[in-house]
Design a protein around this ligand. Structure first.
Ligand code: NAD
Ligand code: TYD
Length: 355
């Protein structure tokens, strides 16, 4: 039986990954370590409650004792680190926690793994072990109107979020270069799909549109992101865990470059038709003050993972956005619950002066 330690499994991508893996493999054990910050939600894992192949542990990746005890008790073959502070706007407002979780948390996981898996006397690692760091294309900085990020693009992060992720990547690679730790780093583009917290563009716009609230588009809305359907991303991570070559970085992109304004107009159009409400219109779009240091364009060349591991993005944006909207319309109670309480405070602080 293959055993995984997944961190951040109550968040957006982590919970999708756990669903994906439990559907795909019957003989599997997933230990899920999550601090349950504002972004972590056990409701994302409700349908697998009671499934013995998934063990949830509430805890912090920065806590040495918690992580060491888990490694000792369950002896996982593979650690996949999804846990992070993940929102650029929050990192601009308050960078400190990004360094704590994304940098110190990652180095703690690396150190604990090394204690459990490495024999300094012989400089050898237990066979069959691997550490996967889930990173982001944002570590490469921003592109102009053409070109793509490849794995050899120099790191040039701009936001406190991407700087913290780049720092973590450098530490992961340092453990590989120094101690030959078996690692992979994956760098993906913008994910979208079920269970994404509505602070990110797509779920925020779906939530506001269904309520006919203003749709805050930063600046001119012509920034470009490469959208990756979350299930395609989960498949890529599974393939890297299975066959990724030690020490390699893999870029994972959707070949779905779209401007932000296109995304917002697509959501409006879809919801107007689906909810049969003429009050849902482009008049809801409100251009607001731009994000500080806003990266203009991200785009990934996923050729390496295609060539080496046979992965490709299967879900075109037009299909993925319909699946995503379907999910949010079918799960309005989920959206209502995650946007009650603290979310309103966040929204007021982030958008109050802009709108
Ligand atoms: P998310 O914010 O939805 O979830 C993060 C999860 O980590 C939450 O469940 C949270 O409770 C948990 N967490 C936070 N701090 C923790 C800590 N100290 N200890 C344990 N758990 C902690 O994030 P996501 O969108 O699912 O992103 C997952 C990973 O993928 C992150 O590393 C992120 O940088 C990366 N990534 C995300 C995207 C995207 O589009 N969402 C794109 C590129 C890379
Ligand atoms: P986001 O989903 O926060 O992801 P990232 O910053 O990691 O790419 O934002 C995606 C794009 O949408 C980004 O260019 C910022 C923009 N954006 C808005 O225009 N309005 C919003 O309310 C949000 C949340 C994002």
């Amino acid at each position: 039986m293959k055993k995984y330690l997944v961190t951040g499994g109550a968040g957006f991508i982590g919970s999708n990954f756990i669903h994906y893996m439990l559907e795909k493999y019957s003989d599997i054990l997933i230990i899920d370590l999550d601090k349950l910050t504002y972004a972590g939600n056990l409701e994302n894992l409700k349908d697998i409650e009671g499934d013995k192949r998934h063990i949830f542990i509430k805890g912090d990746i920065c806590d040495r004792k918690t992580v060491s005890d888990l490694l000792m008790r369950y002896d996982p073959d593979c650690i996949i680190n999804f846990a992070a502070e993940s929102h650029v706007d929050r990192s601009i407002a308050d960078p400190q926690v990004f360094v704590e979780t994304n940098v110190s948390g990652t180095v703690n996981l690396l150190g604990c793994s090394m204690n459990a898996w490495y024999d300094p006397a012989t400089c050898t690692w237990l066979p069959g072990k691997k550490f996967i760091q889930v990173s982001t294309d944002e570590v490469y900085g921003a592109l102009g109107s053409d070109g793509f990020f490849t794995e050899s693009t120099p790191l040039s992060p701009h936001s406190p979020y991407s700087a913290s992720k780049a720092s973590a990547d450098l530490l992961v690679m340092a453990f590989h270069d120094t101690y030959k730790m078996p690692v992979n780093i994956t760098r993906c583009s913008n994910n979208y799909g079920p269970y994404q917290f509505p602070e990110k563009l797509i779920p925020l716009m779906i939530n506001n549109t269904r309520q006919k609230k203003q749709l805050p588009v930063y600046g001119d809305g012509m920034q470009v992101r490469d959208w990756l359907y979350v299930k395609d991303h989960c498949k890529a991570i599974d393939m890297v865990a299975e066959n990724g070559k030690t020490g390699e970085v893999y870029n994972i992109g959707g070949h779905n470059e779209r401007t932000n304004i296109f995304i917002v107009k697509t959501i409006i159009e879809q919801l107007r038709r689906r909810l049969e409400d003429e009050g849902i219109s482009e008049a809801l779009i409100t251009h607001v003050a731009d994000r500080l240091g806003h990266d203009r364009r991200y785009a990934i060349d996923p050729e390496k993972i295609r060539k080496d591991l046979g992965w490709f993005p299967e879900t075109p944006f037009e299909e993925g956005i319909v699946l995503t909207i379907d999910w949010y319309l079918d799960n309005e109670a989920w959206m209502d619950r995650v946007t009650s309480g603290n979310y309103m405070k966040y929204y007021e602080e982030m958008y109050g002066n802009r709108l």
